[in-house]
Design a binder for this molecule. Sequence first.
Ligand code: NAD
Length: 367
Amino acid sequence: MDDLFRFADEIGPLQLAHIYRPSTGLKAVVAIDNIACGPAIGGVRMAPDVTAEEAFRLARAMTLKNAAAGLPHGGGKSVIFADPKMPLAEKERLIRSFASAIADLVDYIPGPDMGTDELAMGWIKDENGRAAGLPREIGGIPLDEIGATGLGVATAIEVARGFIDLELKGAKVAIQGFGSVGKHAAGFLGEKGALLVAASDSKGTIADDSGLDVAALIALKAEGRPLSDHSRGRKLGPDAVIDIPCDIWIPAARPDVINEGNVGRLRTRLVAEGANIPCTLKAEEALAARNILVLPDFIANAGGVICAAMEWQCATESAALAAVEEKIRVNTRAMLEAARRSGILPRAAAMALALERVHNAMRTRRW
Ligand code: NAD
């Protein structure tokens, strides 16, 4: 058996396409993991050091995320081996070459990921008619601008609070990372009466137990300035956000920020994972042992992909936001009820839910 089949299991991957175009220098791999729920949707990652294995693992993560989100989509992902900072004209040529090369892979809908953006999705759509995460002018819904993922995080928290008897009005929130996810989560939670007591960016943490001015912090970031430029609050190092006592702690920056080495420092009741894999599995287990509820990334931060799927169906912006709220509300509740029933971690319950949906969908398919 060829080594390429080492990833194969009862779900997929259905197809691993190795793409090379000598004329443009394009080198890419497309992984279509599973399409039982519908055509695979997943990002195009451009970086010099990506691997085929990464494409497959990210595609599997998308199969589970899309199924957990209740979307009519399977999982896929592609990687292009190149430096995303190349001159724009060169990048356009490479992306268009990629789009033309995958024209026949009709079960895969590309979206933006590291190293690609809305403009790149516009080029792909122009070449082969198939891409999500498009510029607004050609039917896109700008999910970062409207805060789709932040809305999803806030919605998941609103459902979870009922499971730990936490009142959102006056609840203290600390957020690590104040970009597209973090700032919008702060805004939506503020609308529900929660109090932002700490926020951090790569430069530092700003903290105020009586509550920070969310709108002023968002305005500051829009000017490209660090949070520490804010006139009020205590100025601390970037890592200090982990130590802030709060009711809700939201990682919205980097992977693996909470691990066995620092998980004991968190003083909170609820962790809502806005970032992807911000806590190691061991850290999630340690939090569960301390009775701290963790809402796993692929349930809590699915707002972006739900929005992209709605864009694919030509939905309006308000319909997309309504879908984010509805789907995350239903899935968070289903996950937490299953976790409580079976005495397992929410992540394990969400995984079981996603796998059940994929297997049920596979039973409806002929092949
Ligand atoms: P972003 O680039 O807009 O913002 C990232 C923020 O994190 C910035 O404020 C940056 O200063 C801060 N940051 C970086 N390093 C930090 C550090 N060491 N300590 C504190 N803050 C730090 O990114 P984003 O779109 O908000 O995404 C954040 C995370 O959420 C990523 O893991 C991303 O993969 C994930 N995610 C994003 C979306 C989305 O819709 N944007 C959807 C799902 C998951």
